[in-house]
Design a protein around this ligand. Structure first.
Ligand SMILES: [Zn+2]
Length: 218
């Protein structure tokens, strides 16, 4: 696959005590071997440093596998996600005017596409910039007050050909809706999504509102 465009880092910084979804394991980083310790152990003057990292598989920026969503023992695990679904053409829509603890549907997605003269193309990743990371990261609301996609919104983007999508908060579902409509559609349609992202790098590169890494059309 030939890709023209800018590679954008969506990952959050990983550190001890970073915010995680309620009930998930905390992130802990510790010094496992210091230079002083290894120098003493080796005895030749050479030394190295090594850290230990413990974290939830749903802690820092990650993609949810189908096996995370489905009880089916044959559901694909994270290593079975096609890499072609992780490096794709992409657009990013600005949903930052959607209120906390609310859900948005296809009408909101369509109006943003129209407003910025964008379209969803088969094979795209669709990123939703909700502004939640910017407003609430480090505050209690970060993990629980995010907006979410409705079932219809999720079906709409998948029907348009999206192979991956993402949000800048801890879940593509509104925390209050325990039917998890977005997760349920992803389970049914076997589409994955990235979350707990940071859009710091993406904003430096001009998104939202632009098409990125157009792999086939230039
Ligand atoms: Zn997850």
């Amino acid at each position: 696959m030939k890709i023209k465009g800018t590679m954008i880092d969506l990952s959050q910084e990983i550190y001890t005590g970073m915010p995680v979804y309620p009930g998930h394991a905390k992130t802990v980083i510790w010094e496992h071997m210091s230079h002083e310790e290894s120098k003493q152990m080796i005895g030749t003057g050479f030394s190295y440093h090594a850290s230990g990292i413990m974290m939830c598989d749903h802690g820092p920026t990650h993609i949810d596998s189908i096996s995370h969503l489905s009880e089916d023992p044959n559901a694909p695990s994270v290593d079975e996600i096609p890499l072609q679904h992780c490096v794709t053409s992409a657009i990013c829509l600005d949903m930052s005017d959607v209120g906390v603890q609310t859900q948005f549907g296809p009408d909101k997605i369509e109006s943003e596409l129209e407003r910025w003269n964008l379209d969803i193309r088969p094979g795209d990743t669709l990123l939703f910039y909700t502004g939640h990371f910017d407003k609430y990261y480090g505050k209690p609301e970060y993990s629980t007050h995010q907006p979410g996609l409705t079932r219809e919104a999720t079906e709409y983007i998948i029907d348009k050909g999206v192979v991956n999508f993402g949000v800048d908060n801890t879940s593509p579902d509104m925390f209050l809706d325990k039917t998890y409509p977005c997760h349920m559609v992803c389970r049914e349609r076997e589409v994955t999504y990235v979350h707990c992202t940071s859009f710091e790098d993406s904003k430096r590169n001009g998104i939202p509102h632009t098409r990125h890494c157009d792999s086939s059309r230039r």
